[in-house]
Design a binder for this molecule. Structure first.
Ligand SMILES: [Mg+2]
Length: 229
């Protein structure tokens, strides 16, 4: 069967919820690596890339935003993440296991990630629920600090992996924040928004995505929206 459609998934608030483990791991890393105890709870992180969040942390605590500091904080974060994931528990959001299994079985869908997570963080989160294997490629915070620039990286890796040039019109970005919708538009892709994160349907609707769902439990409606019923 020919692969025609590319589904690019956000992670936090879309595939799963990790109970704030990511921000807790960053807080732990800040303490362990830089001996800073101040809170990072006031940083509005939803839909942002990990690298963008780290830059806000450096600014807040007067640390130079040097590559060395990015690397030190990222290493500390990845090291601390598994203990926080185990502590908080990673929960898959409604419909996700069924959607991924169906997408794999259909044979006409390519699955990838388009996430603000660092690649190593994405791997830890998804591996904790055996989902990493569904996503042979993706675009991550390692590629750009700016989420709106991640789309072309995902398309390039999709082409390299499948040998298929996916048209933006056949590419869907699935995410839970206004940033995901804007990111899709930035490279001409379609946007499917889901209100399983911190944003309500009405907030997501205001960005005019191609489809909006309260959650993805109704998998038949999901495939209809994608045009693959
Ligand atoms: Mg998200």
């Amino acid at each position: 069967m020919r692969i025609t459609t590319l589904l690019l998934w956000d992670i936090d608030g879309t595939l799963l919820t990790a109970g704030g483990a990511g921000m807790r791991a960053l807080q732990t890393a800040l303490q362990r690596v830089f001996s800073i105890d101040g809170s990072i709870n006031d940083i509005d992180f939803a839909g942002r890339t990990d690298r963008w969040i780290m830059r806000q942390i450096f600014a807040k605590f007067g640390l130079p935003a040097s590559e060395e500091n990015f690397t030190r904080l990222a290493d500390g974060y990845v090291t601390a993440l598994p203990e926080h994931l185990a502590d908080r528990g990673v929960h898959l959001l409604p419909g996700i296991p069924a959607l991924l299994a169906t997408a794999e079985a259909r044979g006409d869908m390519a699955l990838g990630l388009l996430t603000g997570n660092l690649r190593r963080g994405a791997e830890a989160k998804l591996n904790s629920r055996d989902l990493w294997r569904f996503f042979p490629f993706g675009a991550f915070a390692d590629d750009s600090e700016d989420r709106d620039r991640l789309g072309p990286h995902a398309l390039r890796r999709a082409r390299a992996h499948h040998g298929v040039e996916f048209a933006p019109a056949n590419t869907w970005v699935i995410g839970d924040t206004p940033h995901d919708v804007v990111c899709a538009r930035a490279f001409g892709a379609r946007a499917l928004a889901v209100a399983t994160g911190r944003h309500a349907v009405v907030q997501l609707q205001s960005l005019q995505p191609d489809a909006v769902f309260e959650n993805l439990a109704d998998t038949a409606s999901f495939w209809r929206a994608i045009g693959a019923a």
